[in-house]
Design a protein around this ligand. Structure first.
Ligand code: FAQ
Length: 330
């Protein structure tokens, strides 16, 4: 671990160009050893910026991702389903908080990140700009969206930045529960009436391609992948993870008795990789440009929630001030 190296804090705390050179040498050594950089360590500006970009995008995704499912809590078909869904949505809020905390260790306060999100200047995952139209979508979100999230995030548990990797460990454990609950919703529907089975199939048909797009643009268009992989932040490319995910769900969908809406899925014996049909990258770019089916609605709701929460922030600030005053007197 970075912090076990006896001379690194001296390096991080000294001044001038010499320090930057020593810091860079230390950083390179840690990355080459596949060890971890911790918040007090020297790090290149680009590394810090990349982490803030990726971690904040991820945190915002968790927070915005509460909306499609939160919208179904009141309409869940039983008390048990309501309780499970509520717990899942709360978990997503927790993931957002771990991630904002990890970003704060890089020097960016949470309220700045939040301001960027509500101003519409921050990215969050494309998937959450699609509507959740039926109860079966709750199943497909759990199975496909959380499933894709796990596939993407398990390698991030080994990210070279300590606070991010550690946050990912807990996030992945919880996402595994989410994925199983989604699969179970679909399994029950798929074994129900013909109308329920059709609802499950429609949900899979609708969310399959958007879930595959969660892994990001094709490698040929991925601006950040190679540098992020060189820094041991990302461990696999977008396409590598997407192929791996297709290989996982192509087996799982058989257990559901449903199908994936892609006739081109096949295992290529020569490359040892799963292949799938062309995805509509124009649609992906439209969603990223803010013109997806629900972009405007998601941001409006987030702004409203922030404004409605003003009294909580004011009360917390007043309480902290009062507490500090009393402690001074005592
Ligand atoms: N959506 O060069 P790359 C979840 C942007 S959590 C929107 O390939 P990178 C849990 C990218 O930011 C889901 N934007 O970028 C849950 C960049 O833009 P920039 C979130 C996307 O960073 C479940 C540009 O395109 N998970 O679902 C997307 O190397 C259910 C170029 O792309 C994470 O964020 C996209 N899909 O790789 C919650 C995981 N893809 O910054 C509720 C961590 C790319 O230049 C309910 N993040 N972009 O303006 C990552 O692993 C990476 O950031 C990637 C993108 C793989 C997403």
């Amino acid at each position: 671990m970075a912090t076990q190296d006896s001379d690194h804090h001296a390096v991080a705390n000294a001044d001038g160009d010499e320090t930057a050179a020593a810091g860079q040498a230390y950083f390179d050594k840690i990355i080459a050893a596949d060890s971890r950089i911790e918040p007090p360590d020297w790090m290149p500006d680009g590394y810090r910026k990349t982490l803030i970009r990726q971690i904040s995008q991820h945190a915002h995704s968790e927070v915005i991702g509460m909306q499609p499912e939160g919208n179904w809590i009141g309409r869940a078909p039983s008390l048990k389903r309501k309780a499970i869904l509520m717990a899942k949505v709360q978990d997503e809020a927790g993931h957002g908080l771990y991630l904002y905390s990890a970003a704060e260790t890089l020097g960016i306060p949470r309220d700045v990140l939040n301001d960027q999100l509500i101003a519409g200047k921050a990215r969050y995952s494309s998937i959450f700009n699609y509507p959740a139209r039926s109860w079966a979508d709750m199943g497909a979100i759990g199975w496909l969206v959380d499933g894709a999230a796990i596939c993407n995030q398990v390698p991030l548990c080994r990210a070279s930045f300590g606070p991010y990797g550690r946050a990912m460990v807990r996030v992945c454990k919880e996402e595994s529960f989410h994925q199983r609950q989604g699969f179970e919703i679909l399994l029950e529907l798929a074994n129900g009436t013909p109308a329920q089975k059709q609802m499950a199939q429609d949900a899979v048909d609708g969310l399959y391609a958007p879930a595959l797009m969660m892994f990001g643009p094709p490698d040929s268009d991925s601006a950040h992948s190679s540098q992020s992989m060189a820094w041991n932040i990302k461990r696999f490319s977008n396409d590598e993870l997407r192929q791996r995910f297709v290989g996982m769900i192509v087996e799982q969908v058989k257990v559901l008795g449903l199908t994936l809406p892609d006739d081109d899925i096949r295992f290529n014996e020569e490359t040892g990789k799963w292949e799938y049909g062309e995805l509509d990258w124009d649609e992906f770019n439209e969603v990223l440009a803010g013109r997806g089916p629900c972009n405007a609605q998601r941001l409006t709701r987030r702004r409203e929630a922030h404004e409605n929460g003003a009294w909580v922030r004011e009360a917390a600030t007043a309480y902290a001030a009062e507490k500090a005053k009393r402690e001074q007197v005592a």
